[in-house]
Write a protein that binds this ligand. Structure first.
Ligand SMILES: [Zn+2]
Length: 249
């Protein structure tokens, strides 16, 4: 019922209802894809201006190569893809709208082969393809009676708007300001991500192994990832089912 009201409100205001890929779920969005991509570009420039790129040529090339295969599978002509390996020991990765993918060196030890690295990169790309950040921001704004978001944000110079966008997309300049994805968005990114990695030619059985590695890892580093990507005990079981179903096709 709540969803129907949200859809009706969005139509009444500016009329933007989207559908997620693979899961085909209806969404209420107060910004267009082009506005969202422009915001992604803006955030990406800000992030890269203070990020330290990895000097490891082999690993950087590996991230780019895997990213390009995923991008090909994603079929988003409006995305200007870029893939960067950033020297940072946080266990993290993100993809901004428009296809700006950042992998932190801290997550590399969790991925024991290219298929496992493709798992986390596909998962992050899936959040962007499914427009989870825009959806989350839209829900927040609808509840506050805001009618349109994208054009306000694209032109905004006020830092609170940019930082709201950054946190909605899984990174913040300060730890502790990050906004976690909801469990349902997290599940959806797993499902879309696995479809994407299969399409890109990767071994989807390794997705199960990657998330097992994540689960087994201990300490603060892993908590950084979990602060934006909430996990639950059923994750590996759900992923195993998705993989089984796709393997049977
Ligand atoms: Zn996630």
């Amino acid at each position: 019922m709540k969803k129907i009201i949200l859809v009706a409100l969005a139509l009444l205001f500016t009329g933007c209802v989207g559908t997620t890929p693979v899961t085909e779920r209806s969404q209420v969005l107060l910004m267009s894809p082009s506005e969202e991509n422009a915001l992604g570009e803006k955030s990406y420039k800000e992030f890269m201006a203070q990020a330290k790129l990895s000097t490891d040529k082999t690993q950087s090339a590996r991230v780019k190569k895997i990213g390009e295969k995923i991008a090909l599978a994603a079929q988003r002509k409006d995305f200007q893809w870029e893939f960067n390996l950033v020297d940072d020991k946080q266990v993290n990765a993100f993809c901004l709208p428009g296809g700006k993918v950042v992998v932190y060196t801290g997550i590399l030890p969790m991925a024991h082969n290219d298929d496992q690295l493709a798992t986390i990169m596909s998962h992050e790309v899936a959040h962007a393809l499914a427009r989870h950040g825009a959806e989350r921001m839209s829900h927040q704004q609808i509840s506050q009676g805001v009618q349109s978001l994208g054009n306000i944000l694209v032109q905004a110079t006020a830092p609170e708007y940019t930082s709201a966008f950054n946190t909605a997309y899984g990174y913040g300049t300060q730890l502790g300001v990050m906004l976690p994805y909801s469990r349902s968005h997290e599940h959806e990114a797993d499902e879309i991500g696995i479809h994407l990695m299969k399409k890109a030619g990767y071994n989807i059985n390794e997705a199960v192994e990657f998330w097992k590695n994540m689960k087994q890892s201990k300490g603060a580093a892993q908590l950084e990832f979990l602060s934006t990507h909430p996990n639950d005990d059923n994750r590996i079981e759900r992923i195993t089912q998705i993989v089984k179903k796709l393997n049977a096709k």
